[in-house]
Design a protein around this ligand. Sequence first.
Ligand SMILES: *Cc1c(COP(=O)(O)O)cnc(C)c1O
Length: 239
Amino acid sequence: MAEPADRSAELAGALARVRERIAAAAAGRKGPAPELIVVTKFHPASDIRLLAALGVRDVGESRDQEASAKAAELEGLGLRWHFIGQLQKNKAKSVVRYAHSVHSVDRASLVDALGKAMAAEQQASGRPDLACFIQVDLQDGGGEGRGGASPAGVAALADRIAGTPGLALAGVMAVAPLGADPDAAFSRLAGISRDLRLSHPAATAISAGMSQDLEQAVAHGATHLRVGSDVLGARPPVR
Ligand SMILES: *Cc1c(COP(=O)(O)O)cnc(C)c1O
């Protein structure tokens, strides 16, 4: 393992390169700059501590057990935790203790579980509403199953989130299907976002774009980018 000073310099360099790519991609675009969420899954809490010292505030995690442990260890650093992985209903109660947002809301039963968990959590801690992104499956016919609601199911899910106290409908999220043209995928997501805003004008967020395709996502209006490996390097193998 690298010395902390070396690792910090490495992270600082990678972070600067990613920020430059985002700035270049967003040059000339109207509206606020896209927000960078650094995806820290499988990387140690020590890396997140270094990132926080480098000014990173938003981090993304995909597994509750790992995320809740890191959030507890790093409490007090002012980090905002974004849950981006497939979420089981029975983890809702745990996730709402630390998560600022969930980017992977993809079914009615999960909306209900998050609503119930938030009711209890807000009574106990007074925490603000949970920002919810509807994950859309852009892979026609399900395919590899990277998760997500069908595009046709977005409207009903949006109404359900908007009608649930404690949940705030932020917008949509998607992962470009493997092997497909990210440009076409994010263009489609932009259309789904436009449709959604006809009935939910405040749901303006578009969470799209990872290390490989952040430029295409920005070109299609992404407001939140989820970038992991180009900041932190290759992920250690899944345990
Ligand atoms: C892991 C992950 C990312 C980050 O991917 P990189 O290719 O490492 O940038 C983004 N979004 C989701 C949903 C992920 O699971």
